[in-house]
Write a protein that binds this ligand. Structure first.
Ligand SMILES: *[C@@H]1O[C@H](CO)[C@@H](O)[C@H](O)[C@H]1NC(C)=O
Ligand SMILES: *[C@@H]1O[C@H](CO)[C@@H](O)[C@H](O)[C@H]1NC(C)=O
Ligand SMILES: *[C@@H]1O[C@H](CO)[C@@H](O)[C@H](O)[C@H]1NC(C)=O
Length: 509
C-alpha cells in the first residue's frame, strides 16, 4: 500500500462551483488541479520527499493511481490501536467510485462503457450477485426525500453522464468489506445493531447514493433494510443548516481568479489546447469549456484509447495524444503547488468544512459521554457508525481543513475515517466503583483519543491538531481534546478570530 501510494501521487483541485447556492452542485474536477506529495511518505517511514516529476511517464502513473483500479488487495490501518483500547465510534466519508465522464468532448464519440451490473463482467466482486438482489429490496428502507426516487443501482447499457460504473461499485464493495474486517474484532456493531447506531447520508446524485449502498453492503452484508434510513445532504459541503458564510464565497472567488491567472500564463498548456482543438476542428474556447481531461481520464481508467476524428481536407483530424494529456496534468501539478503557497484555498476549506467537522466532533462527544463509567447505556444505542457519501469537492476541502494539504487529491472511492478510542481506565488495582454524576473519580475513566485515516493510512500525526503532539508510550494516540479545541476555536486562528460566525461575517478590511 505504501509503495502504491508512492507510485500514484495525484492531486487535482477542484474548481468552480463549490458554493452551495443550488441544491446539488456538479463536480467539476480537473479544470484546475495540481500535484504534490503523499503525506504518508514523509516522516515516519523515513522516506525522502520525492521531487515532483514533470516527465510524462510519472504523470501517467499518477493518473492510474487516481483510477484506483480494484485489481489488488489493499492494506488498511483502520482499527489498529494499542491493546486495551476500546473503539467507541467510526465516522467515514467516502468519495463515489469510478464514474462516467461529466462532460463529453464535442465531435468525438463518447467512451463505450456499459453501466449495468453483471457478475460476468470485469472487474467483479464475490458480493456482486447478492448485492444486486439485496438492492432490489431497497423499497423496504427509509429514504429521505428526494432519495427514494434515485435508482439504487447503475442501470444504463450506455452509461449516462456521471453515472457510477461497475468498477465504482466494486471499489466500494471492497472498501466496505475491508472496514468490516478491520472492525470485526472490536465489536463496533453487533449482529443485531439498532437503527440509531448507523447513520447514512448522501448527496442526491445517483453515483453517491449507489456508492454509499455498495460500501454499506460490504460493511454490513445482508443488512436489514427496515433498520436503515438514508439521509439527504443537499449541499456537497454537507453543511446542513449552517451553509451561509459570505467569507467562504469570497475566498473561493479569489482562489478561482488565482487558478485562472496561472492557467492563462502557461504557454505550454495554451499550445496543447490549441493543438487539440485544431485536431477536433473546434474553437479552443469550446474545447476548454468541455473540460477534456475528465473524459480523457475515463478513457485511461478503462483502457480505452483516446478519441480520434477522421482526417479532413481542412487539416483537422487525428487523435488526442498522451503528450497533450500529460501537459494538462503537469499544469494541474503546478497549480497544486501554487494553491498551497497562496493559501486562499485553505481558508475557503476551513470555512467550508467547519459544519461537517463540528457535527463530527459533537457526535464523538455524545458517544464519549454515553461510554462514561457508571452510565446506563442509552436506549436505542449511540451513533457508533456514520457514513457520508460525498464528492471530491467535499473531500478535498476536508483534507485541507485538517491540515492534510500534502495529501493527494481524492481518487475514485477515496475514504477519510475518524475513529474514536477510549484508553484503559487509569486506576489499576482499584476495583471499579459505580459513580454518580459529578463524582471526582469519574476523571479516572479512560482517556479519549482520535485517529484520522486517509485511504487506509494513519495520518493523525500530520493533522494541524496533532502534528506537534508529543507521542510517548503512555499516550500513543492523539487526544480527542486536541481535535475538539481545534474545531471549536483554533481552526479560526488563521482569520484572527475564534469562531465560525466571526470568520464568516466579519467585513473584509
Ligand atoms: C492494476 O491496474 C493498473 C491500471 O490498469 C495497472 O497499472 C497495475 O499494474 C494493475 N495491478 C495489478 C496488480 O494487476
Ligand atoms: C456546532 O455544534 C454545536 C453542538 O456541539 C451546536 O450547538 C452549534 O450550533 C454548531 N455550530 C454550527 C455553526 O453548526
Ligand atoms: C491576522 O493578523 C495578522 C497580524 O496582525 C495579519 O498579518 C493577518 O493579515 C491577519 N489575518 C487576517 C485573515 O485578518
Amino acid at each position: 500500500m505504501v509503495s502504491a501510494v508512492a507510485a500514484h501521487l495525484l492531486f487535482f483541485l477542484v474548481s468552480v462551483n463549490l458554493i452551495p447556492t443550488t441544491p446539488i452542485l456538479e463536480e467539476r474536477p480537473f479544470q484546475a488541479a495540481g500535484g504534490g506529495i503523499g503525506v504518508a511518505l514523509v516522516k515516519s517511514r523515513k522516506r525522502v520527499f520525492p521531487v515532483p516529476h514533470t516527465e510524462e511517464p510519472s504523470l501517467i502513473s499518477e493518473a492510474y493511481g487516481y483510477c484506483n483500479t480494484p485489481n489488488r488487495t489493499e492494506q488498511a490501518w483502520e482499527g489498529h490501536s494499542p491493546a486495551d483500547y476500546k473503539l467507541l465510534s467510526v465516522q467515514v466519508m467516502i468519495r463515489h467510485g469510478d464514474r462516467y465522464p461529466l462532460y463529453s468532448i464535442p465531435k468525438t464519440r463518447r467512451p463505450a462503457i456499459d453501466c449495468t451490473l453483471s457478475i460476468s463482467k470485469k472487474p467483479s466482486h464475490p458480493l456482486m450477485k447478492s448485492f444486486i438482489s439485496h438492492m432490489d429490496q431497497g423499497g423496504r428502507g427509509h429514504w429521505e426525500s428526494p432519495l427514494g426516487s434515485v435508482p439504487r443501482l447503475p442501470n444504463h447499457g450506455v452509461c449516462e453522464m456521471g453515472e457510477l460504473t461497475q468498477t465504482g461499485v466494486v471499489q466500494h464493495l471492497q472498501s466496505g468489506q475491508l472496514l468490516h474486517q478491520a472492525y470485526k474484532r472490536h465489536n463496533l456493531l453487533s449482529f443485531d445493531w439498532l437503527p440509531r447506531q448507523v447513520w447514512v447520508e448522501t448527496t442526491g446524485k445517483s453515483r453517491t447514493l449507489q456508492s454509499g449502498l455498495a460500501f454499506l453492503y460490504g460493511f454490513l452484508p445482508d443488512f436489514d433494510w427496515t433498520k436503515v434510513t438514508v439521509r439527504h445532504q443537499w449541499s456537497t459541503l454537507f453543511c446542513g443548516s449552517a451553509c451561509d458564510c459570505p467569507a467562504r464565497s469570497r475566498y473561493l472567488e479569489e482562489e478561482q481568479r488565482r487558478q485562472y491567472r496561472l492557467r492563462v500564463a502557461d504557454t505550454e498548456l495554451e499550445k496543447a489546447y490549441t493543438d487539440m482543438a485544431r485536431t477536433l476542428g473546434l474553437a479552443t474556447r469550446q474545447l476548454r469549456a468541455a473540460n477534456p481531461i475528465d473524459s480523457l481520464l475515463c478513457h485511461l481508467c478503462h483502457g480505452l484509447s483516446f478519441p480520434c476524428v477522421p482526417t479532413e481536407d481542412s487539416g483537422t483530424g487525428g487523435c488526442l495524444t498522451m503528450a497533450q494529456f500529460a501537459v494538462i496534468r503537469r499544469q494541474q501539478l503546478d497549480d497544486e503547488v501554487d494553491r498551497r503557497r497562496v493559501g486562499l484555498y485553505h481558508k475557503y476549506a476551513v470555512l467550508a468544512m467547519y459544519p461537517y467537522l463540528n457535527r463530527t466532533a459533537t457526535k464523538m462527544e455524545r458517544v464519549a459521554k454515553g461510554s462514561e463509567a457508571g452510565r446506563q447505556p442509552r436506549a436505542g444505542g449511540e451513533e457508533v457508525f456514520t457514513l457520508s457519501s460525498a464528492h471530491d469537492v467535499t473531500m478535498a476541502p476536508l483534507l485541507s481543513a485538517l491540515g492534510l494539504e500534502q495529501a493527494r487529491f481524492p481518487r475514485f472511492a477515496a475514504r477519510v475515517v475518524f475513529e474514536l478510542w477510549k484508553g484503559p481506565s487509569m486506576t489499576p488495582g482499584q476495583p471499579k466503583k459505580r459513580v454518580g454524576k459529578g463524582d471526582k473519580s469519574k476523571a479516572k475513566d479512560g482517556e479519549l483519543f482520535i485517529r484520522v485515516l486517509y485511504n487506509g493510512e494513519d495520518l493523525t500525526f500530520y493533522t494541524t491538531f496533532c502534528r506537534s503532539h508529543d507521542r510517548h508510550a503512555s499516550q500513543p494516540l492523539c487526544p480527542l481534546k486536541n481535535f475538539l479545541s481545534f474545531v471549536r476555536r483554533d481552526m479560526f486562528s488563521i482569520f484572527n478570530t475564534t469562531s465560525y460566525q466571526e470568520a464568516c461575517y466579519r467585513r473584509p478590511d
